[in-house]
Design a protein around this ligand. Structure first.
Ligand code: GLU
Length: 428
């Protein structure tokens, strides 16, 4: 999706092929796992407010459901492509497997720009999406959730359309719903908090006190905002935040002496999620080029935006001080950059482990919906931290024991779990 010349699906396959080779995965299993099981491509005609009808392109792709129903978000983005959705659905399979939750991998997307659409147009788009997929999504086959530029409100419209067609209530058909409408406490902050739960555990293992570290964040959407908030609550210094500016159609990096104040910046986000530059300046922020987040002299880089951001072309700009890359986004690092990161001795907290907090909380949401009994926020977050920490420890211990890069260790665990389920079902 991010136009950098890299194809995310090829990246996902390259990562998979490399680890499949390392663990000696059977050739037939490799062939089966390196591509999605099901793909739905469709059009959604939407009546626009000006009386015209616009046709949007939609996708839902299920990579693998051997361990449970497909699971994964729906993105609304003008640069969405089938290959982006394929890659993301594959990463969801590994994410659910490494987090050890009984779900498979799926992803959806619509080529659109919700920032330029009214709420009514977005509602009609969501309802059209649900109608197009009615027979192929649901609590027992494929469960959507929010992702880039979709929210609980979008989920609720999709749910409402689905339930209207079904003539019954199926709260577990979608997650990320608003609290009080079948949503779970803690779901909004779960992905960002999960990123920091894994980072906290890594720093503990490496005997680095969080309060002695500084970090630079790319993005200030749902993931980055909550990640930065929890990181600073733990005592870390948020040295810089890079955020997309919808008005100027470019990104800017925000810095302030003494560190960014996350609450202060969150309070001056506009309706597009961009940080208001004038207000930031008046609060004493220095605003520079969007790429500068990567050049900060920090201990930790936290990319929380789109794919293909950390490439060999920009690797040389990363400070020698950086010790950890903590991938809040899906696919922010290209496979050709991994060897450079590894050789530089930078610890990689890989995306499908590090950002699994969202889907783990989605799983809790489904469990609560099925029981029709909802936990309080503290209980959700305690369970989330336990799941994230356990998943991290398994990957970290394997990486240490076998002296492998953490992304490879995470893949080794995930691929083995999925391959075992596929084999036990007798598919391959
Ligand atoms: N979109 C999120 C992700 O990429 C959450 C998926 C979910 O909750 O199903 O992990």
């Amino acid at each position: 999706m991010a136009n950098t010349g890299y194809n995310p699906f090829e990246n996902a396959q390259t990562q998979f092929d490399g680890v499949a080779e390392k663990i000696g995965l059977d050739a037939d299993m490799r062939e089966f796992l390196r591509q999605p099981m099901k793909e739905f491509h469709f059009t959604i005609p939407v009546k626009m407010d000006d009386g015209t009808t616009k046709t949007f392109k939609g996708y839902r792709i299920r990579h693998n459901d051997a361990r449970g129903p497909g699971k994964g978000g729906i993105r609304f983005h003008p640069e969405e492509t089938a290959d982006t959705v394929r890659a993301l659905s594959m990463w969801m399979t590994w994410k659910c497997a490494v987090a050890d939750i009984p779900l498979g991998g799926g992803k959806g997307g619509v080529v659109c720009d919700p920032r330029e659409m009214s709420m009514g147009e977005q509602e009609r788009l969501c309802r059209g999406y649900a109608r197009a997929l009615y027979n192929n999504i649901g609590p027992f086959c494929d469960v959507p959730a929010p992702d880039v530029m979709t929210t609980g409100q979008h989920m609720l419209w999709i749910l409402d359309e689905y339930e209207t067609l079904a003539g019954a209530r199926f709260p577990g058909m979608i997650t990320g719903k608003p609290v009080g409408m079948g949503g779970s406490m803690g779901r909004t902050e779960a992905t960002g908090y999960g990123v920091i739960y894994t980072l906290k555990e890594l720093l503990k293992c490496e005997k680095i006190p969080v309060c002695d570290t500084s970090a630079s964040f790319q993005g200030f959407g749902n993931v980055a905002e909550y990640a930065a908030r929890m990181y600073s609550q733990l005592g870390g210094k948020v040295a810089a935040i890079s955020c997309w500016n919808q008005k100027d159609k470019t990104a800017y990096t925000f810095k302030k002496s003494g560190g960014c104040d996350v609450e202060e910046l969150a309070a001056i986000k506009d309706k597009f999620g961009s940080i208001d530059t004038d207000k930031a300046r008046s609060l004493g922020y220095e605003i520079s080029d969007g790429d500068n987040w990567l050049k900060e002299d920090v201990d930790i880089l936290v990319p929380c935006a789109l794919e293909n951001q950390i490439t060999p072309a920009v690797f040389g700009k990363i400070s020698k001080k950086v010790k950890v890359i903590c991938e809040g986004a899906n696919g922010p690092t290209t496979p050709d950059c991994d060897p450079l990161i590894k050789d530089a001795g930078i610890i990689m907290l890989p995306d499908f482990l590090c950002n699994a907090g969202g889907v783990t909380c989605s799983y809790f949401e489904q469990v609560q919906c099925n029981m029709n009994y909802f936990w309080d926020r503290a209980e959700v977050l305690e369970k989330l931290e336990y799941k994230m920490t356990s998943a991290f420890r398994a990957v970290y211990d394997l990486a240490k024991a076998q002296n492998v890069y953490m992304r490879d260790a995470a893949y080794m665990i995930a691929i083995r779990r999925v391959a075992e389920a596929v084999e036990m079902r007798g598919w391959v």
